[in-house]
Design a protein around this ligand. Structure first.
Ligand SMILES: O=c1[nH]c(=O)c2ncn([C@@H]3O[C@H](COP(=O)(O)OP(=O)(O)OP(=O)(O)O)[C@@H](O)[C@H]3O)c2[nH]1
Ligand SMILES: [Mg+2]
Length: 203
């Protein structure tokens, strides 16, 4: 089975990528498997900038092709917050439950028709001596006023997906993969697979 390194420290993303890539015959490895201490500072102000920073830094250190993921939640009533700061919205400790509490507090009193939001994901693919490429995906939803479901990670329990009539955290891994921002970005990558990455798969 071909291995692929995802430049992330996030266990929730790792599970999402397993659901997406195992059916395509890939074994997913993350920084948690190959380079626990490799933490890239996210100094960009867009998902794209941060995805490129992470992919290029990790590919350079490991000397192999990698895929990175920079993603987050954009809430219309909060002018696009938490956006690129989604992981650290309630502070540097990156607590999913504290982040959810902060969103729910800021959204209290906002009526249902004003609770529109979307997840965005940008994947960057970098390899030694190759031009870095990016791919993006999004998923539309509504911010719930109480959490629902135990699957997924991050803001999934407060993100209602009208197309599925369920919160993201109520979807099974393969169901999330079929409709998520991450799934959509990965499908975009498959459509425009960089030639060198495709060749990598054959080797
Ligand atoms: O409910 C969610 N379902 C998702 O599918 C999802 N995707 C992203 N997010 C949020 O956005 C941050 C990314 O920030 P981020 O791209 O910097 O990643 P991270 O710092 O967690 O890990 P790394 O990949 O950088 O190592 C995450 O922590 C989450 O808060 C999600 N929340
Ligand atoms: Mg991060």
């Amino acid at each position: 089975m071909k291995k692929i390194v995802i430049a992330t420290q996030n266990k929730g993303k790792a599970k999402d990528f397993e659901a997406l890539l195992a059916p395509l015959g890939y074994k997913v490895l993350t920084l948690l498997d190959v380079a626990q201490d490799l933490d890239v500072e996210e100094t960009g102000v867009t998902f794209e900038e941060n995805a490129i920073l992470k992919a290029e830094a990790v590919s350079k250190v490991l000397g192999i092709p990698v895929i990175s993921d920079d993603s987050g939640l954009e809430i219309d009533a909060l002018n696009g917050e938490p956006g690129v700061y989604s992981a650290r919205y309630a502070g540097a400790a990156k607590s999913d439950s504290a982040n959810i509490d902060k969103v729910l507090e800021k959204m209290s009193g906002v009526p249902e028709n004003g609770r529109t939001a979307r997840f965005r994901c940008v994947l960057a693919v970098a390899a030694p001596n190759e031009k870095t490429e990016t791919f993006s995906g999004s998923c539309e939803g509504i911010i719930l006023s109480t959490p629902q479901g135990n699957n997924g990670f991050g803001y999934d329990p407060i993100f209602y997906v009208p197309a599925q009539s369920k919160a993201m955290a109520e979807l099974l891994p393969h169901e999330k993969a079929a409709i998520s921002h991450r799934g959509n970005a990965l499908r975009e990558l498959q459509q425009r697979m960089p030639k060198w990455l495709d060749e990598e798969k054959q080797s």
